[in-house]
Design a protein around this ligand. Structure first.
Ligand SMILES: Nc1nc2c(ncn2[C@@H]2O[C@H](COP(=O)(O)OP(=O)(O)O)[C@@H](O)[C@H]2O)c(=O)[nH]1
Ligand SMILES: [Mg+2]
Length: 321
C-alpha cells in the first residue's frame, strides 16, 4: 500500500533507515514523490552541520570520513555520509571498497551512509547531493559529511553546499604545492595533510604554509593545516577540533545567514534551469529536434536567437515574435 507523503516524512524525521533510503532513491531518480517529500521536510531543515571533504582520488577521503564519523559517533552525535563519485557507477570498485570499509558502522542506527553516482550530468548530481543533504538534515543527522573527488568544476559545486570544506592533500606523488588547483586552494576552510606517515610530509607542509601565509584571509579566517594518518586514526580529534573552531568562527547569525542566502540563490538558478529544460522537453523538443535546429543554424537557415525564441514559444514560455 502506498504511504502518504506526510507519513513518509514522519518516518524520515524519526530517522527510519528504510524511509530515508527510499527517499534518496526517489531523489536520485528525480521522482515527483521525492520533491513532494522534500517540500514537506524543508521546514525541518537547517540544523545539520555539513562538512565537505574533497581532494584527488586516493588521498584518503573515505578513510578520513569514516574515522571522523566514528569520532562523532563516539560523542553520541548522529552522522549522515554522502559519498559522491562521479566516475564510478554504483558497482564500481572504489565505492564497493568504501562500503566494505564502512561496514564497521553497519549496525549503528545513528549513522546513515549512502553512495551516489551520476545518472547523467554532473549538475544533476550536485542537485541530488544537495537534496540528499537536506533529507539527512531533516532526518536529524547532526553532521552530514559529503565526500567528493575534487577535480572539476562540478565537484566544486557539490562542495559549495557545505558549511565547512576540507581539502585533503598528501605528500609526495610529485604534486608540488605550486601545482595545486587554484580552485581547491580557494574553497578550503581547512587543509588536511593526510598520509603523514609518508616521506616528504614536513617539506610539503612547509611549502603549503608558505603559500598560505601570503594568501589573503577570508573573513578573518586563516585556513589551518591539520596533519593526519587516517589509517591509524591519528589527527582525527585535532581535525574535529578545527572543524568546531571554524564552526564557532562562522556561527554568527549574520555570517550563517549570508552563506545560506548565497547558497539558495545558486540553487534557485539551478532549479530554474532544470525546470525550463523539463518544460521544453515536455513540449516535444527532444534531442532530435535540437539537432535539426542546430543543423539549420549551421546552414545559416536561421539564427540561434530566433531558434531559442522558437523553442521557448513552443514550450509556452517566451513571447513569440
Ligand atoms: N599510508 C597511508 N595510507 C592511507 C592513509 N589514509 C588512507 N590511506 C590509504 O589510501 C588508499 C586510498 O584511501 P581512500 O580513503 O579510499 O581514498 P579516497 O579515494 O580519497 O577516498 C587506501 O588504500 C587507504 O588505506 C594514511 O594516512 N596513510
Ligand atoms: Mg573515496
Amino acid at each position: 500500500m502506498p504511504i502518504t507523503t506526510e507519513s513518509w516524512a514522519e518516518q524520515v524525521r524519526a530517522g527510519e533507515v528504510r524511509a530515508i533510503s527510499r527517499a534518496v532513491t526517489a531523489i536520485e531518480n528525480r521522482e515527483p514523490e521525492g520533491e513532494k517529500l522534500l517540500r514537506e521536510l524543508f521546514p525541518h531543515t537547517g540544523k545539520a552541520y555539513r562538512v565537505g571533504v574533497t581532494g584527488a582520488p586516493g588521498t584518503g577521503k573515505s578513510t578520513l570520513v569514516d574515522k571522523l564519523a566514528a569520532h562523532y559517533r563516539g560523542q553520541k552525535k548522529t552522522v549522515g555520509i554522502i559519498a559522491v563519485d562521479p566516475s564510478s557507477p554504483f558497482t564500481g570498485g572504489a565505492i564497493l571498497g568504501d562500503r566494505v570499509r564502512m561496514q564497521g558502522h553497519a549496525t549503528d542506527a545513528g549513522i546513515f551512509i549512502r553512495s551516489m553516482a551520476t545518472r547523467g550530468s554532473l549538475g544533476g548530481l550536485a542537485q541530488a547531493t544537495s537534496d540528499t543533504a537536506l533529507l539527512l538534515d531533516a532526518a536529524g543527522k547532526e553532521f552530514v559529511l559529503v565526500e567528493t573527488v575534487g577535480v572539476g568544476q562540478g565537484e566544486i559545486e557539490i562542495v559549495r553546499l557545505a558549511d565547512c570544506t576540507l581539502v585533503v592533500l598528501v605528500p609526495g606523488m610529485g604534486d608540488d604545492v605550486q601545482n595545486l588547483k587554484a580552485g581547491l586552494m580557494e574553497i578550503a576552510d581547512i587543509f588536511v595533510l593526510n598520509k603523514c606517515d609518508r616521506e616528504g610530509a614536513d617539506r610539503f607542509e612547509e611549502q603549503l604554509r608558505a603559500i598560505l601565509a601570503i594568501a589573503p584571509e577570508r573573513g578573518g579566517w586563516h585556513p589551518p593545516v591539520v596533519r593526519t594518518i587516517a589509517t591509524e586514526n591519528r589527527g582525527i580529534s585535532e581535525l574535529a577540533r578545527e572543524i568546531e573552531r571554524f564552526r564557532q568562527h562562522t556561527s554568527g547569525p549574520e555570517n550563517r545567514r549570508a552563506r545560506e542566502i548565497e547558497l539558495w540563490k545558486q540553487r534557485l538558478v539551478e532549479l530554474l534551469e532544470q525546470r525550463l529544460i523539463e518544460r521544453v522537453t515536455r513540449a516535444g523538443i527532444d534531442e532530435a529536434a535540437l539537432a535539426s535546429l542546430a543543423e539549420r543554424i549551421a546552414n545559416r537557415e536561421t539564427d540561434p536567437y530566433s531558434a531559442v525564441n522558437e523553442i521557448l514559444a513552443k514550450a509556452g514560455i517566451g513571447e513569440s515574435k
